[in-house]
Design a protein around this ligand. Structure first.
Ligand SMILES: [Zn+2]
Length: 281
């Protein structure tokens, strides 16, 4: 279990997400707890859900406009400072949903951005022992891992973590449940009330053995956890073990929300540019 506390030096957190809503689905505790502790929290989002609907007429600009607006609403719901400025800072990588590249240029681009933000704590998708095999989660996870791997030891953030992992080894107690429900609810075009409940259950079930190992009682209630995995650079650390093997077998080829035909028609046919600007802002 690790603790997020107010500190003399303002700590910085960077959350690396494939889509608007992943930060709220998988990393809500790190997000809200570090904001409540007065830390400087950033979220960088790879795409804007251009293919986030099965309806062809809505793909591209129309759906991404909705999703961007919802993300901005979620951002405000994390809280505002005394000048009305959101406490969470958002950045966009401007890739296209479903078409995030994993190549040298994408790794270097993310690495440059990490160095610019220079966070103390960083978290991104686990591309090795995961519970969401969406192509963008895989590409962003690999870009994230290799961007960190290729940094010098002294350039790396002090704490480097993975989310969407089946083998967590570092935990935060689940707090601020009302606030998190309110923030998640901002993603209303993709999360129904039922989905808002399912996401909690999904996170619980996919880390079930770790939930029981870390179970405590707080104010007469069972205290559950949100689990992340430390980023290490030895290969043995990236092989599923124990119960995670079973879940991994189920999820390894299961992209959530990315069924056959979802990524068609091709971005060119929708008039979407696949090449993002040089720098992430
Ligand atoms: Zn996603």
């Amino acid at each position: 279990m690790f603790k997020i506390e107010k500190s003399v030096k303002k700590r910085k957190v960077l959350i690396v997400c494939p889509h608007p809503d992943d930060g709220e689905a998988f990393v809500s505790q790190l997000g809200i707890q570090s904001i409540k502790a007065g830390w400087d929290v950033h979220q960088v989002i790879a795409t804007c859900d251009e293919y986030g609907t099965p309806i062809n007429e809505f793909k591209g600009e129309r759906i991404s406009r909705i999703r961007r607006h919802e993300m901005l609403t979620a951002q405000k719901r994390y809280g505002l400072d005394s000048n009305g400025k959101p406490l969470l800072t958002l950045h966009w990588m401007d890739y296209v949903d479903g078409y995030v590249p994993h190549n040298k240029a994408a790794v270097n681009r993310l690495q440059k951005f990490i160095l610019k933000i220079n966070p103390d704590v960083i978290i991104g998708p686990d591309p090795f022992i995961y519970c969401d095999g969406h192509v963008d989660h895989m590409a962003v996870g690999k870009n994230y891992f290799f961007a960190l791997k290729q940094l010098k030891q002294e350039e790396r953030p002090k704490l480097m973590l993975f989310f969407q992992t089946l083998i967590p080894n570092i935990f935060l107690p689940k707090l601020f449940s009302k606030e998190i429900y309110y923030i998640r609810e901002a993603h209303r075009s993709q999360w129904s009330r039922r989905m808002l409940r399912i996401v909690e259950i999904f996170n619980f079930v996919t880390q079930i053995s770790f939930q029981f190992k870390n179970l405590t009682i707080r104010a007469d209630k069972l205290q559950f956890v949100e689990g992340y995995r430390r980023v290490l650079f030895n290969n043995e650390d990236h092989i599923p073990r124990g119960i995670a093997k079973i879940f991994f077998y189920i999820f390894k080829d299961t992209p959530l929300g990315c069924e056959e035909g979802r990524l068609l028609p091709h971005p060119k046919a929708l008039g979407i540019d696949l090449i993002p600007p040089n720098d992430i802002n």
